[in-house]
Design a protein around this ligand. Sequence first.
Ligand SMILES: [Zn+2]
Length: 245
Amino acid sequence: MKTTINEEDVLGVILKLTPYKESDVIAHVMSKEYGKIGIHARGVRKVTSKNARAMQPLMLSNMTCRIKKGLSSLVRAQPENYYRHIQENLTCEIVAQYICEYYFRYIEENKPNLDDYETLTMSLEALNNGYHPMLVYLLFNVYILKINGVEAHVDDCVKCGKPQVVSISIVEGGFVCEDHIGSLQRYSLDILKGFQFIHMYDIKHIDRIQLEEATLHELNHIIDLFIHDYTGIHLKTKTFLQGIV
Ligand SMILES: [Zn+2]
């Protein structure tokens, strides 16, 4: 939205702040209209700064900026959502950081994409609204597989197309039937159904997904292996999740 000449309102999630000069920061922001951009915010590390409270990592802010292709500059900022509940729960916070780190490191700048933006804001909202953080983590990792074109085959046996499946093969990339199970372990119906569900429904439909704690745990283990084997994506935040997943 235009305000005055050269100034635009940017609604976006602050993924990360990098200290800059004596009291400035560069805010790495994922916005709906401009995609991922860098915003130079002057003086926000000073205690007197009016913009400081709206320029914290892991929050949604409305930033009036002078937009430039390289670094935009901040005029003023208003907080939109602090996602307070996320900060009250350590697992939620780590999952939120994992998601923000993905956007910071793997999403290209200046390429607006509504799906990317909505997946980010809906994931943060789901965490803030009390959905199981490991379910949000699971759905987000399936999203990573999808946008990288390596999501698992969940219609039928990936080898022969038989509808009765009994296991999930990381190597083959999806469900396998009795004839193609090889030396893999057999999975329960709950795991197999859950695996299909998380590919059918994304974060927008999180309310439709009901999974037992043990199923959630096992599915996270499987999807983590897919991420590891098919994407080469490695996020530092994952180290903190190791004890939890
Ligand atoms: Zn088969």
